[in-house]
Design a protein. Structure first.
Length: 263
């Protein structure tokens, strides 16, 4: 079994090693790959759940995620209680187990064959993804569904916002939650103006990122996406500075910041 562990512990944080140990106790033959998202970024978590879960991969796959800002209740917490654990089954057979918080399930909710609560404690530890959740995740991975709770109506989960930064990759490219299909009023090589936070920059709309000269900021369909509900490819727009970093150009914005096209 291949397990993608998505969490906001921090790049290189030993928390990943601790959680892997607990998962491997129940799934000793599993291969586990970890992916660190920014602190409390349920948007980035949800984006990568979809990118990994809705694209081809090994037949036996589990995505185990934890990004729990504990914003479901602003009052003082009892026994470290937080958002509840959920189980999602995708049409491909990919299983997803993790905390239902913010946008974690927003990108996959309408693709899912099933979405359920999982009957495990919502508290008991500050580090629930290590101390409480792994046995349940392992049981579900092995087709033991005895812990499944009530079904969750996808309409009760928030929609993903379509004007945000989803990710900044290692090259400084800015992946967005703007579907390429929504950019229908622009011809290739059209000049546009983009605002992120307080920074405004000229850009060129392109149908392929490398079809711009060196030093030009391109607004183009990126490498991320999956098959949409209509059966057609869904691609997300990226901001790409050829020969440089779009992230630096815009003053190092954060994931989840709003992107505005002002011209």
């Amino acid at each position: 079994m291949f397990i993608s562990l998505i969490a906001d512990y921090g790049t290189g944080d030993p928390a990943f090693a601790e959680v892997k140990q607990r998962l491997l106790m129940a799934l000793p033959q599993a291969q586990i790959h970890d992916l660190s998202v920014p602190p409390f970024s349920t948007l980035a978590t949800g984006f990568w759940i979809a990118q990994l879960g809705l694209n081809p991969g090994p037949a036996e796959r589990l995505i185990y995620h934890n990004c729990a800002p504990r914003k479901d209740d602003p009052e003082a917490r009892q026994n470290n209680e937080g958002e509840g654990l959920t189980y999602v089954l995708l049409p491909s057979g990919v299983k997803i187990v993790g905390v239902n918080a913010g946008y974690t399930l927003s990108f996959i909710k309408n693709h899912a064959k099933a979405i359920h609560t999982v009957n495990v404690s919502r508290g008991g530890s500050q580090f629930r993804s290590r101390d409480v959740f792994p046995p349940a995740a392992a049981a579900l991975a092995l087709d033991d569904f005895s812990l499944l709770g009530e079904a969750i109506d996808p309409t009760q989960l928030p929609d993903a916002p379509l004007d945000r930064i989803a990710w900044i990759d290692g090259y400084g490219n800015i992946k967005t939650t703007i579907p390429a299909t929504t950019i229908q009023d622009l011809a290739p090589e059209s000049k546009i103006v983009i605002r992120i936070g307080d920074v405004v920059s000229d850009a060129v709309y392109s149908d392929g990122s490398f079809r711009v000269p060196e030093g030009t900021l391109a607004f183009a369909p990126g490498s991320s996406g999956w098959t949409g509900l209509d059966g057609q490819p869904l691609r997300w727009m990226e901001l790409f500075l050829r020969g440089g970093s779009a992230w630096e150009r815009f003053g190092r914005p954060r994931v989840n910041q709003q992107i505005t096209r002002i011209a």
